[in-house]
Design a binder for this molecule. Structure first.
Ligand SMILES: C[S@@+](CC[C@H](N)C(=O)[O-])C[C@H]1O[C@@H](n2cnc3c(N)ncnc32)[C@H](O)[C@@H]1O
Length: 203
């Protein structure tokens, strides 16, 4: 997801996700620029202030700002941050595992569009995001449909002969999110489906 090829993909260039076994699939960034069915399920549950982790081009951060929810997008890709600002959201170039403003004070943290995969270690990511939340805060995460195998893939982005660095990306199934959330110290974990997406609330 990370690096120049991803930045170029956000600018409209084509790019592929390449797995270690050689499988390649198109990276479809265009869908992140417009509202996606089911976004409302996330947006309507966000309280002020909300941290959009891995905000990409910022459709959710900007939508929250428009509806009067204080929100901040963080992303490690400068072009994503620039696009979020262009869309009308507040955004900073930050790695979620490093220094993030407002630590311990966020009411909601969003891990949308499969961003529970960031870092390739969902337990570590949930632990980190929990540190950023205020007591009683909530994580809203998008997970994979039940029956999907939860796993960590090594992948990289490719555009023709150019390939980026390998990185880890986790897939978490709706069937596993409750176990992972409860083991991570969350008291309540709900999971539901809307518009073909699987969403989880960890509280
Ligand atoms: C699947 S895309 C998310 C799309 C986004 N939610 C949207 O609405 O457009 C994943 C994003 O996470 C960002 N990312 C990856 N690792 C990150 C990290 N450690 N901290 C913050 N952002 C990260 C990537 O740069 C990328 O923009």
């Amino acid at each position: 997801m990370i690096g120049e090829i991803y930045a170029d993909a956000l600018a409209g260039e084509s790019a592929e996700i390449e797995y270690v076994d050689g499988t390649r699939v198109m990276l479809e960034t265009a869908r992140w620029f417009e509202p996606i069915d089911g976004d409302e399920e996330l947006l309507s549950r966000c309280a002020s202030p909300t941290l959009d982790v891995g905000s990409g081009p910022g459709r959710l951060t900007a939508a929250l700002t428009r509806r009067g929810i204080r929100s901040l997008g963080i992303d490690i890709t400068p072009r994503a941050v620039a696009l979020t600002r262009l869309a009308g959201g507040f955004a900073l170039l930050r790695d979620v595992f490093e220094d993030v403003p407002g630590s311990g004070r966020w009411a909601t943290a969003l891990l949308a569009d499969g961003n529970i995969g960031i870092g390739g270690n969902p337990e570590a990511l949930l632990h980190r995001v929990r540190q950023l939340l205020r007591p009683g805060g909530t994580i809203l995460a998008e997970v994979a449909p039940p029956g999907t195998r939860s796993r960590v893939d090594r992948l990289r982005l490719r555009r023709g002969p150019r390939a980026g660095d390998w990185f880890g990306w986790a897939t978490v199934s709706a069937s596993d999110i409750q176990r992972i959330g409860l083991a991570g110290g969350f008291a309540e974990v709900d999971c539901w489906t809307a518009h073909g997406r699987w969403l989880a609330r960890l509280h």
